[in-house]
Design a protein around this ligand. Structure first.
Ligand SMILES: Nc1ncnc2c1ncn2[C@@H]1O[C@H](COP(=O)(O)OP(=O)(O)OP(=O)(O)O)[C@@H](O)[C@H]1O
Length: 681
């Protein structure tokens, strides 16, 4: 069931993990759209009032025509009746066009506010809850449904009021003219109205279903388009076309149902009015023939009935549009009701804070006496999956600390929970137990903007965006100056890449930064984070796309950056972090060892295995070993530790010692050869 949202945001902080606030179809309304509607009610009321003036002008027209007929019949001068009638026509036209402009404007204001609200709520949504929503459906709600909300809350609503007023005014006047004739008219119209209202109810259900079906189609389309190369490489085009075609077919069927009810709605009312007209003409003419009714009175009555036809039809069309719009309002309300992150934390979010990025504190500026930059104390965490919030326990009491300066590496097998540590520092999710301290303060007690200003995060899948290289670089620090940009670009080893781009920093990149290679995108993201000048820099596999030379350069960057702030790097390539001050070895969500490379090689079996396996895997360590530096070393495969002096340790009997060396001079890829193999040949 959807939670009530309102602008203040529903309960549930970051990673509250409830994730139940977003339901499809029959969810409760958050009332957010209604409150936006109230904000714009003044302009809407003005539009409706103008419409009512137009209604008054048009309701007076049959009376003025009656007067004109009467004047013509009695031979009176026709100037005044004609002028009065023309005046009423002009006034009707003027008020109606003014109404249409004002209502249209109010509608645009409403959709603008709704979209702003939706954007803000989506961007501040709790990741657990957001992750459960198909992105295509979210997009359909944010784009298409908000347009329907506009139509429902402006045009349809205004039409309902003005047509309703015209019908009511007409009915009252017709009662005054001849109550009996009006009763006959009402009986025909009443029967048609009952049928139309029943159809409107069915239309609403069908419209809701159609919105959901269209959302499902959009979701699947988005899924395949975002992975188009994979679809092609897997030769899945036909399968996907059939699958998405099935969803399009479902949307078509519910769309046809909507159309059918819509198609019945207006004619059912038309039949009612036409039937009423036939009966009125028959009965009225009989009364006129018997001398029981004046011809001018009958003409006026029939004029009103004619005038009623169009507003009645418009009224029921507006009912149709409005009920479809209500389905969209419900879907937008559900989107707005998404649980928000950090709702419980003071100062979380807020555009003002985003405008003024938090800067890295000067050395010693942390509150307290040089506390660790980050500290995990017995942290436990489980991801929630699916609508049932099934838990996947990932961290089981993790404790370690990261000094305020220097490089800390996190290594461990795939799935050990390394990236999860970073997501928790960033407060993308809340812990289930234990504490994370940032600069000595519990991370969940700090405003979210402060946390994310102090922590720079280079994600595993480098997140470049459509836009210029410069826009990508300054994304986390829009006020960065040219000198800072140049320095960050150089530090991240991107200077030659930028120099080679057609428009340098102003070169446009495509979606997800296409136009740059994977490694270049990764360096772009590193430069972006450097520009943020964080107090803690988190690098999740930041070197996975870098070639060996770039990786070696990057190690120098790491060294330089880690003199200024704490750097925590997740690395599968041991060579990247071999000279880290501290290496944390994570296994199945628990810290199994902490220490420097040498120490861990001596005492931790898993670390030794990870480091050893890289000798076989090659490129990272091999490349690193090609140049001078701490990674230039020898290592026994899966055996005793390497030393950092470059001297091979003594091999135990039966153990094969490996040395890193190029196979042929000038060959790009370097391979491993057992020590002495060439000599033996
Ligand atoms: N959003 C998520 N929802 C549910 N489970 C998740 C989510 N993200 C990760 N997991 C699970 O949590 C565990 C740890 O994932 P994590 O990404 O932290 O591992 P990792 O050590 O960084 O792995 P790798 O080295 O392969 O990147 C994995 O079992 C993964 O399946």
């Amino acid at each position: 069931m959807a939670k009530r949202a309102g602008n203040a945001g529903p309960a549930g902080g970051a990673g509250s993990g409830s994730g139940k606030g977003f339901v499809s179809g029959s969810g409760k309304s958050s009332g957010a759209v209604a409150s936006v509607f109230r904000q714009h009610s003044t302009l809407l009321i003005a539009g409706v009032l103008l419409g009512l003036l137009g209604v008054a002008a048009s309701l007076t027209q049959p009376w003025a025509i009656g007067k004109l007929i009467a004047a013509a019949g009695s031979g009176d001068p026709l100037g005044l009746p004609v002028a009065r009638l023309v005046g009423l026509f002009c006034a009707g036209a003027l008020f109606s066009s003014l109404q249409s402009y004002v209502i249209g404007r109010a509608g645009e204001n409403i959709v603008h506010s709704v979209r702003q609200l939706v954007t803000e709520r989506l961007l501040r949504a709790d990741l657990t809850a957001f992750g459960k929503r198909p992105q295509g459906d979210v997009l359909t709600r944010a784009v298409t449904d908000t347009s329907l909300v506009k139509i429902a809350l402006s045009q349809s609503l205004a039409q309902l009021i003005t047509s309703g007023a015209t019908v009511t005014g007409g009915v009252v006047l017709m009662f005054v003219i001849d109550p009996w004739l009006m009763l006959i008219t009402m009986s025909c119209l009443g029967a048609a109205a009952v049928v139309s209202l029943a159809l409107a109810r069915k239309l609403r259900k069908a419209a809701l279903q159609n919105r959901d079906d269209t959302g499902a189609f959009g979701s699947d389309m988005q899924r395949v388009l975002s992975a188009l190369p994979t679809v092609k490489a897997s030769r899945a085009e036909s399968r996907e076309t059939a699958r998405i075609g099935g969803l399009a077919g479902k949307a078509r069927r519910s769309g046809i149902r909507v159309n059918a009810y819509n198609a019945l709605l207006v004619p059912s009312m038309n039949v009612g009015t036409q039937g009423a007209l036939a009966v009125v003409v028959g009965v009225g003419m009989t009364w006129v023939a018997r001398g029981e009714m004046n011809m001018a009175v009958l003409t006026t009555f029939i004029m009103y009935l004619f005038q009623l036809v169009s507003p009645l039809v418009m009224f029921f069309m507006a009912v149709g549009q409005f009920v479809q719009g209500r389905a969209a309002i419900q879907r937008v309300d559900e989107l707005v009701a998404l649980p928000q992150e950090g709702a419980a934390t003071p100062g979380s979010g807020g555009t003002a804070a985003a405008e003024h990025p938090v800067r890295r504190p000067a050395p010693g500026a942390w509150p307290g006496q040089d506390p660790p930059a980050v500290e995990f104390r017995d942290v436990r965490f489980a991801y929630r999956r699916g609508q049932q919030d099934d838990r996947t326990q990932v961290l089981h009491g993790v404790s370690f600390s990261v000094p305020a300066r220097g490089l800390t590496a996190v290594v461990g097998p795939s799935g050990a929970g390394k990236s999860t540590l970073f997501q928790l520092i960033e407060r993308f999710y809340a812990t289930d137990g234990g504490r994370i301290l940032l600069g000595g303060q519990p991370v969940d007690a700090l405003p979210l903007d402060t946390v994310r200003g102090l922590v720079g995060y280079v994600q595993q899948d480098s997140a470049a965006m459509r836009g210029t290289v410069r826009e990508n670089l300054t994304y986390a620090n829009p006020h960065a100056g040219e000198d800072d940009i140049r320095e960050a670009v150089e530090m991240a080893g991107l200077a030659t890449v930028v120099a080679g781009l057609p428009q340098g920093l102003d070169t446009e990149l495509g979606d997800q930064g296409s136009g740059l290679s994977g490694g270049q995108r990764q360096r772009l993201c590193i430069a972006r984070t450097l520009l943020q000048k964080p107090a803690v820099m988190l690098l999740d596999e930041a070197t996975s796309h870098l070639d060996s030379d770039s990786e070696r350069d990057f190690r120098d960057v790491l060294r330089r950056v880690s003199r200024q702030c704490a750097v925590v790097a997740i690395a599968h390539r041991i060579s990247t972090v071999i000279d880290a001050e501290q290496i944390v070895v994570l296994e199945e969500g628990s810290v199994r060892a902490t220490g420097a490379h040498q120490e861990l090689m001596e005492r931790d079996e898993l670390y030794r295995r990870l480091a050893g396996s890289q000798l076989h895997a090659g490129p990272g360590l091999v490349g690193a070993a090609a140049g001078p530096g701490p990674a230039e070393h020898f290592m026994t495969a899966g055996g005793p530790p390497a030393n950092r002096s470059g001297m091979p340790p003594a091999a135990r009997p039966g153990e094969q010692t490996m040395r890193l060396q190029p196979v042929r001079s000038g060959e790009q890829t370097m391979r491993l050869r057992p020590v002495g193999s060439e000599e033996q040949r």
